[in-house]
Design a protein around this ligand. Structure first.
Ligand code: BTN
Length: 249
């Protein structure tokens, strides 16, 4: 079997002082056929997008706002939604004395607080845009008061350019990682395993429910155990802790 070509990220780069959404711009560029590895960054977004149609906001210059283009999208990239947060975990840990976990499918947490969110938009088999929002130097008092989950920043004097270099390097390593490597590392960083969770919007008959998270299956679905002993694999939807993570002091 032919080896999967290695993938670098970060060049070419298009930077905006302010843009609606780096994902939106990256999608246009990807559709126009720019090279794989190109990134779109911004100091500020006026219409930053989060998962499930939510908004993503950050004070200007204090978060890494980056959308990386991967093209083409191959079957080997099936676990990209899990590989991308693993890349962010490693990048953050290379920059600051923090320990990162992943909350399925692709939030990055440190000390139970959300450090990074990832929105992947794709048009298989042509391209995927990996949109990463990483809180770099946002002060506790600068986060919106109505966040669904407590948030935190990398801190430790790290800047957004430094964060971009680390994330691009790590992403290049993780996008082509083997299925086994992704699943093993995800298991080691799984923030939900063994915890009571509730889910909504998972589709089908299992649209909503409560249970205990029991890792992920080999397709990257979240496995949950219901009280009745039933095991379910959730491929989509919103999963939250039944017992809330610690609140911001
Ligand atoms: C989430 O946690 O809901 C995902 C948030 C993803 C935000 C990033 S910021 C850079 C890129 N551009 C966007 O509009 N969204 C992603």
């Amino acid at each position: 079997m032919a080896a999967t070509p290695s993938q670098g990220f970060g060049a070419p780069r298009r930077h905006f002082r302010i843009v609606d959404s780096t994902n939106e711009r990256a999608r246009e560029l990807a559709a126009a056929g720019v090279p794989s590895g190109m990134v779109v960054t911004a100091s500020e977004q006026s219409a930053g997008r989060g998962r499930r149609g939510r908004q993503w906001t950050a004070p200007p210059g204090k978060a890494l706002l980056c959308s990386a283009i991967l093209s083409p999208l191959r079957v080997e990239h099936a676990l990209l939604p899990l590989a991308a947060p693993l890349a962010v975990c490693e990048a953050v840990e290379s920059l600051a004395p923090l320990a990162c976990q992943v909350k399925w499918p692709n939030d990055v947490w440190s000390d139970e607080r959300k450090l990074s969110g990832i929105l992947i938009e794709a048009q298989p088999p042509s391209w995927a845009v990996i949109g990463i929002g990483l809180n770099v130097s946002i002060e506790p008092g600068e986060f919106p008061p109505d966040l669904r989950h407590p948030a935190t920043s990398v801190g430790h004097g790290v800047g957004t350019e430094e964060a971009l270099s680390a994330v691009c390097a790590s992403l290049g390593d993780w996008v082509n990682a083997s299925r086994d490597r992704v699943l093993t590392e995800f298991e080691a960083r799984d923030a939900l395993r063994g915890r009571a969770v509730r889910w909504t919007g998972a589709g089908g008959d299992e649209g909503a429910g409560v249970g205990v998270a029991d890792g992920i299956d080999d397709r990257g679905n979240l496995v949950v155990l219901r009280k009745e002993g039933e095991r379910l694999s959730l491929g989509s939807g919103e999963v939250t802790l039944s017992v809330p993570a610690k609140q911001v002091e």
